[in-house]
Design a binder for this molecule. Structure first.
Ligand SMILES: [Fe+2]
Ligand SMILES: [Fe+2]
Ligand SMILES: [Fe+2]
Length: 228
């Protein structure tokens, strides 16, 4: 599929003056995002609940960073949607258990751009297009070695820097075809060790401060599938 450039938002959601209208719109957007997130998670039993977990963890980090209520809600919605572009990546590549070829890896790396394209018509005007930007940049790295644009440090949108931590943490706690899930404490240690390279150190600090709270939240989502 030929990718279209992502158009600039035509208006700002934050400009909606009536708070009740804003809340109602947010509720609808959340339901829409949750449905799409569930759809992508259902493609693969390994990633079951991943989008839900990223939504919950990202929102919790945003609250710890004292972001506004609106910002943390938008972050939650972006968490549900962050991997929606994988809908355009063949299952044979997504579920491959062996090493990926360069071409297959290049195909997977298209998912942030694809995802931004998919949600732009609905989310482009929400929060100054922040959700679209967060989806587009959720695989950037703090040291500039990520994709799609190799953005560095604070050039990466704040929401994308937060989702990057939540995304990796959730993924580490899930079984993958090529490795078993990590223990909770090992995954926390891994996130801390990547502060300053893969992740924004301030966001890692905020995450570390709430790690016990995050554990409870994830335990609630997973039910009987107990974290170790
Ligand atoms: Fe949600
Ligand atoms: Fe992703
Ligand atoms: Fe993800």
């Amino acid at each position: 599929m030929e990718l279209m450039p992502i158009s600039a938002p035509s208006s700002s959601f934050a400009e909606l003056s009536d708070e009740r209208v804003q809340r109602a719109v947010l509720r609808s957007l959340h339901s829409f995002a949750e449905s799409l997130g569930n759809a992508i998670d259902a493609k693969d039993h390994c990633t079951c609940l991943h989008s839900e977990e990223v939504a919950i963890i990202s929102q919790a980090i945003g609250m710890q960073l004292d972001l506004s209520k609106l910002e943390t809600r938008l972050l939650h919605i972006a968490g549900h949607l962050h991997d929606i572009g994988k809908i355009g990546v063949p299952d044979a590549i997504l579920k491959k258990s062996g090493a990926l070829t360069d071409d297959e890896y290049a195909e997977i790396k298209r998912h942030p751009q694809l995802g931004a394209e998919i949600v732009a018509p609905v989310m482009g005007a929400v929060g100054n297009g922040e959700i679209v930007k967060v989806i587009l940049h959720h695989h950037e790295r703090f040291d500039g070695r990520g994709y799609p644009d190799g953005l560095k440090m604070y050039d990466i949108p704040l929401g994308a820097r937060i989702i990057a931590v939540a995304d990796s943490f959730s993924a580490m706690l899930q079984n993958r075809p090529y490795r078993a899930a990590m223990t909770y404490e090992d995954a926390v240690t891994e996130i801390v060790q990547c502060a300053g390279t893969q992740f924004d150190p301030e966001i890692v600090t905020a995450f570390f401060e709430i790690k016990d709270n995050v554990r409870e939240l994830l335990q609630t989502i997973r039910g009987f599938d107990v974290l170790i």
